[in-house]
Design a protein. Structure first.
Length: 340
């Protein structure tokens, strides 16, 4: 029974990437440029960050994601500029998607407490795989629950390929709230491993997300004042036939961050998609360094074997230039200081 379940899990794990669903981060606000191009420069600081995610480590075939980014806000141009590099890997077929992206956002200041940002992303993506590891129907022996090494099917030659991927987003923010909308893959690139034999277009991914921060007063530790906050956040995504809702709550107390999240959405009445409870711990230092760790506890029956997911985020925010001569500190948006 265990072997049969493993075969099913491997099949499901292959199904999503081949159908073109995007990889996701549980700490979605700790990967701001990946979430929404309009978040480029949203802190009105310079920011460098990295993300790592290991999904389903209990299985012999898992998913791994690496991400690194840098963005900067220019007051003179009311603009944010950014760059990122991402790599998403699936171990069974060695499906590897790597991309380098450039970002731009423009800030329209409606009032002193409210602004709207418009952002765009242009990515060059390279995709590769090991298709010789595919399993065909004539290899599966249901009686012995084994897979034979030989097959009568022939796999055509395959070479890695590169494509252009375009995305856009908008972001409205105030002193204690924000709401954003993003559309990724608007040019719907073809993900087929064999373009001459048909198309497999990557569906547009729409994301609606927002958050609200509540002040919890100030406390003094070791002669330093710390502003405490409670933040509620949500992210709804839809891509092709799939949809998902992420809900989260995070609290900053002094330098320490704790959070609890939920992922799941009943996309079809007959199929339950109550996926995970997410636990988060982090620390925010006065130097501008923020580090977070989260664990996805899976609610589905396969969770005990799949072992959920581990995720680490790290970012460093700093002020570029002379804060006294430009009055930059007064313009820093506190909404985006620590959220993960």
């Amino acid at each position: 029974m265990r072997e049969k379940l493993l075969f099913i899990l491997i099949g499901l794990s292959l199904y999503s990437p081949l159908r073109g669903q995007d990889f996701q981060f549980s700490q979605f606000y700790a990967a701001p440029l990946y979430l929404n191009p309009a978040m480029t420069g949203a802190t009105e600081l310079s920011r460098a960050g990295a993300n790592y995610r290991k999904q389903w480590p209990g299985l012999s075939n898992d998913f791994t994601a690496y991400s690194a980014y840098f963005d900067h806000y220019s007051i003179d141009m009311n603009s944010g500029f950014g760059i990122s590099a991402n790599s998403f890997q699936e171990s069974n077929q060695n499906i590897n998607t790597s991309e380098v992206s450039l970002f731009y956002s423009y800030k329209l200041e409606v009032s002193t407490d409210f602004s709207i940002r418009f952002g765009g992303q242009s990515a060059v993506v390279r995709r590769s795989a090991r298709l010789d590891r595919l399993v065909f129907g004539d290899q599966i022996d249901l009686f012995s629950q084994t897979i034979n090494p030989d097959t009568q099917d022939n796999i055509p030659d395959f070479s890695p390929y590169t494509y252009l991927d375009l995305s856009f987003g908008t972001l409205m923010s105030g002193e204690s709230f924000f709401i954003g909308l993003s559309a990724h893959h608007i040019n719907q690139p073809n993900l087929s491993f064999f373009p001459g034999n048909g198309e497999s277009l990557l569906p547009v991914k729409w994301s609606l997300h927002g958050g609200y921060s509540f002040p919890l007063g100030t406390n003094n530790w070791w002669g330093t004042d710390y502003d405490n906050q409670l933040t509620l956040q949500a992210n709804y995504k839809t891509q092709g036939a799939y949809q998902q809702l992420d809900l989260g709550m995070q609290m900053l107390y002094g330098s320490f961050i704790g959070g609890l999240g939920y992922r799941g959405f009943p996309s079809q009445p007959e199929v339950s998609n109550q996926e995970s409870i997410i636990f988060l711990l982090g620390v925010k230092l006065d130097t501008g360094l923020v580090i977070g760790y989260s664990y996805d506890f899976m609610l589905s029956p396969i969770g005990q074997q799949a072992k959920g997911a581990h995720e680490v985020s790290i970012r460093y925010m700093f002020l570029w230039g002379d804060p006294k001569s430009r009055g930059q500190k007064s313009r820093i948006n506190k909404c985006f200081h620590y959220m993960m």
